[in-house]
Design a protein around this ligand. Structure first.
Ligand code: ARG
Length: 253
């Protein structure tokens, strides 16, 4: 009688221990499964919000593919472009995909993947504008997005040509300012500007002086994810997935 009671107790204990360790494991896995991406969804075709408020674009598809390969679930946090490097530094996000150019200056504060896309810069104007070359910028107000390489570039150009630089938080606001004539020029990424030219009937000309570095995924300094993401990017170049995404989102560039 006593023996069988002991036996049953041992079996029960084992079952409970097994159940507990299983639950613990699942808990740990669940925590690892979220890859948090920071972005600034004002930059179509890379990231923007559709009418239902969903964030869509090349970077979103790219991040989803990367997350899937890593076995993670993607979560997106939308913020001001100017706050993205800080969000990485304070580890509020694991990665940033925001059409962010891998500049030497940013490399002091964050790590980058290998570049996944290249673009140039463009000066956007209203269709009937007389501003057609860099020299025509003299005396105008040029809008740029705060914290971007375009802000930096415009400030450099300003040393040679006398114009006002107007930094704004959001690149959608730039277009509104242009349409309402509070600025005469918006200086921005060429792929993004091309979309506005087509959709809003604007005009524009290329910046011959710019040579921006490629766009890359950004990470907190020392992040272990850099290698894994680079592997996925390489695999995407080889298996045609990268081309598929570029054909889907960047075809008109
Ligand atoms: N490529 C430029 C930069 O890195 C502009 C990026 C702006 N991105 C955005 N999601 N608004 O500075």
């Amino acid at each position: 009688m006593k023996k069988s009671f002991l036996f049953i107790t041992i079996i029960f204990t084992l079952i409970i221990m097994a159940a507990c360790s299983n639950a613990n494991n699942q808990g740990a896995n669940k925590q690892q499964k979220v890859l948090t991406m920071g972005t600034s969804a004002d930059f179509a075709p890379f990231e923007s919000t559709d009418p239902s408020g969903k964030i869509i674009g090349f970077d979103v598809d790219l991040a989803n593919y990367i997350a899937k390969q890593l076995g993670d679930k993607l979560e997106i946090k939308d913020m001001k472009f100017d706050g993205l490097v800080g969000a990485l530094q304070t580890k509020r996000v694991d990665v940033v995909l925001a059409g962010m150019s891998a500049t030497e200056k940013r490399k002091k504060n964050v790590d980058f993947s290998t570049p996944y896309n290249r673009s140039g810069e463009m000066f956007l104007t209203l269709k009937d504008s007389k501003i057609k070359t860099i020299d025509d910028l003299k005396g105008t107000a040029v809008g740029v997005q705060l914290g971007t390489i375009q802000e930096e570039g415009a400030k450099k150009l300003q040393e040679k040509i006398n114009f006002d630089v107007k930094p704004l938080d959001n690149s959608t606001t730039l277009i509104q300012e242009l349409l309402s004539k509070r600025i005469q020029v918006a200086y921005m990424d060429k792929s993004v500007a091309t979309g506005y030219i087509q959709k809003q009937g604007l005009a524009g000309f290329d910046d011959p002086t710019s040579s921006s570095p490629g766009m890359a995924v950004a990470f907190p300094k020392g992040s272990k994810l850099v290698n894994d993401v680079n592997k996925v990017l390489k695999q995407m170049e080889q298996n045609g997935k990268m081309k598929e995404l570029k054909d889907k989102w960047l075809k008109n560039q």
